[in-house]
Design a protein around this ligand. Structure first.
Ligand code: AMP
Ligand code: GLY
Length: 435
């Protein structure tokens, strides 16, 4: 049986790895893949956004399932194209993916569905946006409405900073087209959690909760990035300040207050959401509130969540059933098997101008660590070199958080390439909770 994986980053490597764990007899094809994925799959040089060739590839290989990794092909309508061709595909349609690609749309869905989130307003002109900043008061958050690779959000400590952010987006064109519409949003206080849930339009199967680390440097300093590391599970209850080894209460709360009402609102709009619904949440004193939705697996959350997600019947079976339109199988469930900590190794110059072409030396494999490739390539001589901002994601696994963190940090330290940047404190909040 053949599965096509669309994309070529760390998330897609983790998907390939997990699918092979679920069923070693699966034959995997990746478009375009990367040198790490190439150890598990046949990599075909088709870009993730080349919709015509992706459809042709799935037909030619008789793929029983195609899984879409990144947001760009979803935003371009890859799922609509696959469905029109009668091909089973895991992911939302272009209209449903707007829950990620338009923050303004997502906000309206949440307001209509009564999903807890920060108050926000959408503007296209500077004076209106500035006056909203003054009404809300600082701290306040300014966001580019469209896709900006996780970088179009500015948390402003002062009104003056917010004014600058608005100018940069609406006048200075800082985020191109995605910044021509800005959201001014109330600041939420709390700890962040990512809940990745498989959705079939009506029902959900939430996976193990994870926590991302968006800032470049240890201690949550430095610029925002696509994500410098993650861990799963997270020992948090459903209210700020509640520590709980059992995250069931958190997931139940998120399912009933966030995920199911959102799916209902999407159905009402004629845009049923199927695929992976990612809720980025702030756990506040009033419970979980949505920071953002994504329409796909998180990166690097997938590299932490998938290795510990013990899904029954299996992730493969569940994704295939959803892709075929059969819905999540009755009795499907997910629980955590152990702990995972993922440390991202980024290239010199990341996030602004990542340098490419630095040779990479990987340490000897160890049973409690998996090195997922993200931005790597083979050069003319076949050597592994850096080829993107986030180069590798090293997931340490263990029966405890501490063991997983050690395995991840030790392995990350042993990878060698010039200018390597990484955080040695992934999971510091979990550690502070006494894990
Ligand atoms: P986003 O791309 O919407 O996930 O935002 C990136 C990061 O900005 C989030 O992970 C939060 O750390 C922060 N952020 C976004 N919106 C808010 C908010 N309303 N209140 C506090 N922090 C926020
Ligand atoms: N790690 C955040 C994201 O995938 O958007």
């Amino acid at each position: 049986m053949t599965v096509l994986i669309v994309g070529g980053g760390g998330r897609e490597h983790a998907l390939a790895w997990k699918l092979k764990q679920d069923d070693p007899s699966l034959s995997l094809v990746a478009a375009p893949g990367n040198p790490g994925i190439a150890e598990l799959a046949e990599c075909v040089q088709v870009a993730a956004t080349d919709l015509d060739r992706l459809v042709a590839l799935a037909v030619e290989r008789r793929a029983e399932l195609t899984v879409i990794g990144p947001e760009a092909p979803l935003a371009a309508g890859v799922v609509d194209r696959f469905r029109a061709a009668g091909l089973p595909v895991f992911g939302p349609t272009r209209a449903a993916a707007e829950i990620e690609t338009s923050k303004a749309f997502a906000k309206q869905v949440m307001l209509d569905a009564g999903v807890p989130t920060a108050r926000a307003e959408v503007f296209r002109t500077v004076p209106e946006a500035r006056s909203c900043v003054r009404r809300y008061g600082a701290p306040v958050v300014v966001k580019a409405s469209g896709l900006a690779a996780g970088k179009g959000v500015i948390v402003c400590e002062t009104v003056a900073q917010a004014d600058d952010a608005i100018d940069a987006m609406l006048v200075g064109n800082a985020f191109g087209d995605s910044g021509h519409e800005v959201l001014v949003e109330e600041f939420m206080e709390g700890e962040e959690v990512s809940v990745l849930a498989i959705a079939d339009g009506e029902r959900v199967l939430p996976l193990v909760p994870a926590q991302d680390h968006k800032r470049l440097l240890a201690g949550d300093r430095g610029p925002n990035t696509g994500g410098m590391g993650a861990y799963a599970p997270v020992s948090l209850g459903a209210r700020a300040g509640v520590v709980s080894r059992d995250y069931t209460e958190l997931l139940n709360d998120v399912e009933s207050r966030v995920l199911l009402p959102t799916l209902a609102a999407m159905r009402q709009r004629g845009r049923p959401f199927t695929g992976l619904l990612y809720a980025g949440l702030m756990i506040t004193a009033d419970g979980p509130r949505v920071v953002e939705f994504n329409a796909r697996f998180g990166d690097p959350e997938a590299q932490a969540v998938l290795p510990v997600a013990d899904v029954a019947p299996s992730l493969f079976e569940v994704m295939r059933a959803v892709a075929r339109g059969e819905g999540i199988p009755a009795g499907a469930r997910c629980r955590a098997s152990g702990h995972a900590v993922t440390t991202v190794l980024a290239a010199a110059g990341y996030p602004d101008r990542p340098r490419r072409g630095d040779p990479i030396a990987l340490p000897a494999p160890r049973p409690d660590a998996v090195v997922f490739h993200a931005g790597t390539a083979r050069d003319g001589a076949g050597r592994l070199v850096t080829a993107g901002g986030r180069v590798l994601a090293v997931t340490g696994l263990g029966p405890t958080f501490a063991a997983a963190q050690r395995a991840s940090a030790e392995t990350a330290a042993r990878v060698e390439f010039a200018g390597k940047q990484f955080r040695d404190d992934i999971g510091w909040r979990e550690r502070a909770r006494g894990a």
